[in-house]
Design a protein. Sequence first.
Length: 358
Amino acid sequence: MAATMNPMNAPWPFLRPDLRQKPGLRFNALNGANSAKSQTEGEHSLGSSGTLPADLFSFQAPIFQPPVFHASAGKNRFAVIGDAGTGDAAQYNISRQMEVWRQQLPFNQVLVLGDNVYPAGEPALFDERITQPYQNLRRQGVQFFPVLGNHDVKAGFGNQQLAYWGVPPYYSFKMGSPGADVEIFAVDTTVMLPGYLNGFDHNPAAFAQRDKAQSLWLEEALARSNASMKVVMGHYPLFSKAAFAKPKRLLFQQTLERKLSDILVRHQVDLYLAGHEHHYEAPVGINGVRYMVSGAGGGKLDLPQKGVPEGAGVVKKNHFMLFENTPAGLSYRVISDQGKVFDFGLIPRKRRVLDTLI
């Protein structure tokens, strides 16, 4: 990617031209304790190289609001991958299975839950770990909607990666028919954790500014949304069983819980999707919000003998998830790199809709 290239003309145009920011606009500081009983839900089956101009991203007063993308109307399925960006066989195996399943159950959107470029988000690896593994899906018109993970920002290249994908740090988009649509809110959880937790602290003032602006945006966007279901996606989990095995993870979750859980409950969010943990965790319901973890889209799996043990909703397999918007809610399948479904279930609607609207 040439130094003078506008980020919206990056090599991989995931989004239709009308979904991208207008040329000339910068992602100028878009970057502008809830204790509860939890229980596992019973509604599932388990017991480019190059650099960008140095001044492209500044952290001054916002010059525009984060966009609301409108995905293809009437398309009711989307896939989810997390922690995929290795460029190795595991990532390609998942991509191939997504292609196979798409032939039977078409979908046009993929949510990407962060850690998209290992080990440290290097721009020289963008093509190898973002573009190449999914080029067949892209050629078929599939759109990708990412968030950043800790590895994406580890060496300070988070903004460059956002420009490569063609998205701002946080945004929302809708899919489905009016009256029965789903709105998905993408947030950057890396700015919500202090540098001593993340292991990096390249620009603490900028991170704090983006965190504050993002929180205000999320509160307003959720309040304004009239979607029949609301899904928030971020890299770090708010609630994961990994916290019981890794003390540092507990600090992550406690910090994010203080910042996000009340907002999610107050605005009746149906589902929070996260990666980071290199396994799958079945939905857990807390105060009306379901939480799922999907962090094994191609990255190195958590070893069976380390971390949280398998069982009680935890599965250590490479996988992707496939969701479908139905009158009853968001049905889902969790599909392994061998193409086998190893969990399925339903995220139920809080508000009923007519079957004819789906």
